[in-house]
Structures are given as structure tokens and as C-alpha cells.
Design a protein around this ligand. Structure first.
Ligand code: NAD
Ligand code: TDX
Length: 342
């Protein structure tokens, strides 16, 4: 790491999809740095995703809520953090439509509590992990740049946009050294099977229908999770305080094409595809212009799209226990509810 004397890092939401991938690669790369993982272990948090690193003396887990002010203050009192990466969030758009309040509690209030703790106790750098969804929806052409207007369309993206505004304000007003990354859709190992790619794989493997919202022509820009984690590491060490960095995979594909690709990788028939009622407020297209982080900080994605999809499909085939345990539990109730509503 350059420009940052990093001995201790607080990672929030480290038991989730991206957070667990980040912690694993970070511990490998930055030997000796103490990694403190603060996670509430909601339905989406799973310590099994961190299996194998529990014995690492540099890794410390705390179960807690980022919106719990007393808890967060105690943690900041116990440790001095040179850096903080805030992954903790309610992250699923469909759930935000069914019940927005947890999104406001965690994504908005929780971020404010962390920013306030950073203001009171000090932190070397505070990186807010945000999303392309804050920019809203694109037409058939163009890409989101860092100066695109913020126009969130779902309760989820509105809560993430609010958190971005708080991070900006705490830098401008109080001097908390914040940075914001906005990334496109991630895929890879340990993604909760409510999200599109793991849901399509898990359903296809069980010969269940693959629910495609609307006409299936909504486009996402997919990035392999390890490339996102590397970008966060680069922005944390070399990014300019107060700045926003867009991160994208440069892989635009319509949902229906992605589902067909997964079916073909698994040797399953296209008769499993099922068009269902569209998501309300469904953003049509996302595409990221990542030239700022590429030119200024020297990051670029390493994983090819086809290679990343192969790795992901194979991981879900080999790790059925991981996702089947999830599907047989709380998630099944939610999925049933959502699906029956259509
Ligand atoms: P995830 O849902 O898999 O994980 C979220 C984690 O946060 C879970 O471990 C959960 O237990 C924890 N958490 C939730 N509420 C908490 C609280 N109040 N206090 C402490 N921990 C709490 O999400 P993910 O896909 O890994 O996303 C991580 C971050 O990256 C989020 O901020 C999300 O908005 C952002 N992001 C995700 C994507 C994507 O494609 N998945 C893309 C861009 C940005
Ligand atoms: O069953 C489905 N059928 C379907 O057609 C699901 C779950 C999704 N979809 C569509 C909706 C989207 O167009 O697939 C696309 C991807 O859906 P999600 O996996 O729910 O992702 P998205 O809504 O694009 O949001 C994701 O990317 C940005 C993450 O969940 C967010 O946390 C991140 O900020």
C-alpha cells in the first residue's frame, strides 16, 4: 500500500458476498495487517463463506450492527482503524421493494453512524462501497461516468445514493477522509442465491424454472468479484480523498442471454426459461465508464467474462452444500412469497 500506513482495517459486511471475497484476498496480500470484520449476520451474512481463515491470527470477527451507535463506539474505542471499508448493506433490490425500512436503517443510518465514529475517533481512510444503481437507468447508448447525475429508481438505490451523499458531506463538512467506489453487477463464488446469476445456476441444477423479469432485455455490466475487490484495494491505497471512482467489468449482456449461456454451460434445456412479471421500476441498462480508475490509478479488470462465468458455474456445482443449506432455510420462505405474488 502506498500513501497509507496500514496496520488495522475495519471491514463491515465481511460475511457477505463481496466482503468475504475481499477479506480472503486482502489477508493473503497484506500479511500482518489486522482485519476486523464487523457483520450483523443478517440472512445474507454467512461465516461459512470465510471458512479457513478463522484461525488466521490477523483476523478478528465481531457480530454487531453498524447502526448500533453504542456498539460501534465501543469498537472504535478498542481499536484504532487506519482504514475502513463499508460493505455492510441490505443489497437486494427486490427485497427493498417488498420492505424498504431495513434499507434505510442499515444503508443510510448505519453509514451515518460509521461516519460519526470516524469523525470522533479518527480513521486514515473511509471507503464507502457504492453501486452503479445510484445513477439510475441508461438508454441504448452511453455509459455512466462519475459526473452522471444521481437518479436512483429503487428504494435500494435511493438508500445507497443517500449514503454516498453522507460520505461526501462528512468529508466536506467535517474532514472525514472518505472515498466512494461505484461498481457494476458482481458475480462469482459465495453470492447469495437470490441474485440473478447464482439463482439461475441453482435453479438450472435442480431442473427448476428460471424466472426472467419482463422481456429479459434488461442489460447489466458484469464484473468478476475478485476484480472489484482489487479495485477497492487500489482506491483505498491510491485514491484521492473526496473522490468518486466508477468500476465496471465492461461486459454488457441482456439477462435472457446470460440465462441462456448458463443453461448451455450446464447442458440444460431452454424450456426451463420462464418469463414472469417485471420488477417495478426495473432499470433498463447499466454500463460503467471506468476510465478514471484505469487512467489515474492503473486498475483494470483481469478476468475475462467467459472465464469468470466458467469459474462461477463450476464453483456452484462443487459447492452445492453451501447454497443448498441457504435455499432450504429462510431464503426459501422469501422466494416463495415473492414468486407467488406474480
Ligand atoms: P450481501 O448482501 O451479500 O452482504 C451484505 C453483508 O452485510 C452481509 O454479510 C450482512 O450480514 C451484512 N449486514 C447487513 N446489514 C448489516 C448491519 N446493519 N450491520 C452490519 N452488517 C450488516 O451484499 P454484497 O453483494 O456483498 O454487497 C456488498 C456491498 O457492495 C453493498 O454495500 C452493496 O450495496 C455493494 N455493491 C454490490 C454489488 C453487487 O453486485 N453485489 C455491486 C455494487 C455494489
Ligand atoms: O429472478 C430474477 N430474474 C431476473 O430477471 C432476478 C433475481 C433478477 N432478474 C433481473 C433483474 C436485473 O435486471 O436480473 C438482473 C440482475 O438482478 P439482480 O441480481 O437482482 O441485480 P441488480 O438488481 O442489477 O442489482 C445488483 O447489482 C448492483 C446487486 O444486487 C446490487 O447490490 C448492486 O448494487
Amino acid at each position: 500500500m502506498t500513501g497509507l500506513n496500514l496496520k488495522t482495517i475495519l471491514v463491515t459486511g465481511g460475511a457477505g458476498f463481496i466482503g468475504s471475497n475481499f477479506i480472503r484476498t486482502f489477508l493473503d496480500k497484506h500479511k500482518g495487517v489486522e482485519v476486523i470484520n464487523l457483520d450483523k449476520l443478517t440472512y445474507a451474512g454467512n461465516l461459512e463463506s470465510l471458512h479457513g481463515i478463522d484461525g488466521n491470527p490477523s483476523y478478528h470477527f465481531y457480530r454487531g450492527d453498524i447502526a448500533d451507535e453504542a456498539f460501534v463506539r465501543r469498537l472504535f474505542n478498542e481499536w484504532h482503524f487506519d482504514a475502513l471499508v463499508n460493505f455492510a448493506a441490505e443489497s437486494h433490490v427486490d427485497r427493498s421493494i417488498l420492505g424498504p425500512s431495513a434499507f434505510i436503517d442499515t444503508n443510510v443510518r448505519g453509514t451515518m453512524v460509521l461516519l460519526e465514529a470516524a469523525r470522533e475517533f479518527g480513521v486514515g481512510r473511509f471507503l464507502q462501497v457504492s453501486t452503479d444503481e445510484v445513477y439510475g437507468s441508461l438508454g441504448q447508448t452511453g455509459k455512466f461516468t462519475e459526473s452522471t447525475h444521481i437518479s436512483p429508481n429503487s428504494p435500494y438505490s435511493a438508500s445507497k445514493a443517500s449514503a454516498d451523499m453522507l460520505a461526501r458531506a462528512w468529508w466536506k463538512t467535517f474532514g472525514v477522509p472518505t472515498l466512494i467506489t461505484r461498481c457494476s453487477n458482481n458475480y462469482g463464488p459465495f453470492q447469495f442465491p437470490e441474485k440473478f446469476i447464482p439463482l439461475m445456476i441453482a435453479n438450472a441444477l435442480r431442473n427448476k424454472k428460471l424466472p426472467i423479469y419482463g422481456d429479459g432485455m434488461n442489460v447489466r455490466d458484469w464484473i468478476y468479484v475478485e476484480d472489484h475487490c482489487e479495485a477497492i484495494d487500489v482506491v483505498l491505497s491510491k485514491g484521492k480523498i473526496g473522490e468518486v471512482y466508477n468500476i465496471g467489468g465492461g461486459n454488457e449482456i441482456a439477462n435472457i442471454e446470460m440465462a441462456r449461456l448458463i443453461l448451455s454451460k450446464l447442458g440444460k434445456p431452454e424450456s426451463l426459461l420462464e418469463f414472469v412479471k417485471d420488477r417495478p421500476g426495473h432499470d433498463r441498462r447499466y454500463a460503467m465508464d471506468s476510465s478514471k480508475v484505469e487512467i489515474e490509478l492503473g486498475w483494470k479488470p483481469n478476468q475475462s467474462f467467459r472465464g469468470g462465468i466458467d469459474l462461477t458455474v463450476n464453483w456452484y456445482i462443487k459447492n452445492e452444500n453451501w447454497w443448498k443449506r441457504i435455499i432450504s432455510g429462510e431464503y426459501q420462505k422469501y422466494y416463495k412469497l415473492q414468486y407467488e405474488e406474480r
